[in-house]
Ligand binder design. Structure first.
Ligand code: AMP
Ligand code: MG
Length: 472
């Protein structure tokens, strides 16, 4: 019997570009392949039938990589922490394949931890199990919070002991498969510019527009419109991260997808409290990729992308597009925060702005838990709050001097906000609060707790339970 996974609707769009963009590689053979996470939702999205795929099929495809020949390590460079690095590329992963899904979209299946490639440098080509578990959880959480994110399809433990400076070692190993529209990065273009290959930039640009921005095909100014749309998508994505309280941690240009999707979750963290300076990566000493720097860094990365794109298009067109970034970011952020607070995303008058400013000030000064604040607001909300400000959010607590005054000020703002809408909008407000504010957010202690159960007792029930709660 052939493996149904091999019968998905594969297309070699990237491979067909030729060998200037990638290298054929082979997967590692692992001592063990223990299935830890199969994402049947994503399999279904790709057009597969979970009932027809046994765990053995799954492991053969995404743990042993049997039956597919064209495994491609993608070539790219990138700006890492501000310095150009030409020694990058898929060093521990490859493009396993691309699948045309029933919704007509093409998706990349990319691996992480599948072995060494020509781009591994000193690295072992491996992914730690904890790294895999963290990436699965990040993608699930972001998806739940409405962020445009890659999804983890598969996580298989591979039975090796790895040595890492940031985990007690030896630490367990894994191989992951993630799905997103494209793994073409800003750094994929940067590399071509570095080698002065105008021809390859032009080919990749045409491929990008044709495959991922097909609605622009046939337009004479399609490259300008592509870049303008990318600017808009990145502005929106960054606003989604900020509202979700997410700190990506490594916003190098090799971690920015040309489709404006969020991907590659390493030392990420969800902020515990609203702290602009919060920095997720222990090695980010200057706080370059801190929570509050993310919008500016994303803009900078879009600006850096202009260098290669200038080989195929006009500088002034690129500059015109990036000039709209700040405004687009602010627009999306305001809309998302309004929804988190229970109000319509398009509410934008003088008071709405004051309300948002006041709420952020409260979150910053009080240092209440960012996610608890919104989760509890969602559970406690009552229509009675509209008539009586003193009843608003009874359990919110600020354990520092001036706490009562801060809360009083915020309650009065929330009260005014409620009064700006008719009494019969209460149900909609409650619904929005529920939709936009999950009860479970994977702040670090939550992940550490399930990781402790895995590492101490090989007990995975906490991990699966957490995914259920995230999805609930
Ligand atoms: P990242 O910080 O995960 O985005 O990775 C940056 C670069 O380092 C990419 O080129 C990766 O493929 C490479 N890399 C990261 N970890 C390893 C590893 N353990 N072995 C080989 N290459 C790696
Ligand atoms: Mg990366």
């Amino acid at each position: 019997m052939s493996n149904p996974i091999l019968n998905l609707n594969y297309e070699s769009a990237f491979g067909n570009l030729g060998d200037d963009y990638s290298d054929l590689v082979a997967a590692e053979e692992f001592p063990k392949t223990i299935l830890r996470w199969r994402n049947d939702r994503v399999l279904t999205k790709l057009g597969g039938d979970p009932n027809a795929v046994t765990d053995e099929d799954w492991i053969n495809a995404w743990g042993r990589f049997a039956g597919r020949e064209e495994l491609l390590a993608m070539r790219y460079h990138g700006y890492q922490f501000g310095s150009y690095n030409p020694n990058l590329g898929d060093g521990r992963g490859f493009l396993y394949g691309q699948v045309r899904s029933p919704d007509g979209k093409l998706y990349d299946l990319g691996t992480k931890g599948s072995g060494r490639t020509p781009y591994s440098r000193g690295g072992d080509g491996r992914l730690t199990l904890k790294g895999g578990v963290r990436e699965v959880l990040a993608a699930e959480m972001l998806e739940r919070m409405g962020v445009r994110t890659s999804q983890c399809l598969s996580l298989i433990e591979t039975g090796e002991g790895l040595w890492r400076g940031d985990e007690p070692s030896p630490t367990r190993s894994s191989v992951m498969v993630r799905v997103q529209e494209s793994h073409i990065r800003f750094g994929t273009f940067e590399r071509l510019h570095y080698f002065g290959r105008r021809d390859l930039v032009a080919t990749l640009l045409e491929h990008t527009v044709e495959t991922y921005y097909p609605h622009l095909m046939g337009e004479r100014d399609r490259y300008t419109r592509f870049y303008a749309e990318l600017v808009g998508r990145v502005a929106e994505l960054c606003a989604q991260w900020m509202a979700a309280g997410f700190c990506h941690a490594v916003l190098n240009t090799d971690n920015m997808a040309i489709t404006g999707e969020s991907f590659d979750y390493g030392p990420f963290a969800f902020i515990p409290t609203f702290d602009p300076k919060f920095t997720a990566a222990y090695f980010d000493h200057g706080g370059r990729y801190s929570y509050m720097n993310q919008p500016g860094i994303c803009r900078l990365n879009l600006e850096l992308l202009q260098e290669p794109l200038k080989m195929a298009m006009e500088k002034t067109d690129l500059e015109g597009a990036i000039a709209t970034y700040d405004q687009q970011y602010a627009f999306h952020y305001r809309a998302l925060m309004m929804q988190k607070l229970g109000f319509p995303g398009d509410w934008d008058d003088a008071f709405a702005r004051e309300f948002l400013r006041g709420t952020l000030e409260f979150l910053n000064e009080s240092q209440v838990g960012y996610h608890d604040f919104f989760a509890q607001l969602a559970t406690e909300f009552s229509p009675d709050w509209r008539s009586d400000a003193s009843q608003i959010f009874p359990t919110v607590e600020v354990l520092q001097s001036g706490g009562a005054e801060m809360i009083g000020k915020w309650r009065s703002l929330y009260h005014q906000a409620l009064q700006a809408f008719p009494a019969d909008s209460a149900e909609q407000i409650k619904q929005r609060l529920k939709t936009w504010n999950p009860q479970t957010v994977i702040v670090r202690p939550v992940i550490e707790e399930i990781w402790a159960e895995i590492t101490e007792k090989d007990d995975w029930t906490g991990f699966y339970g957490l995914i259920d709660r995230i999805r609930a």
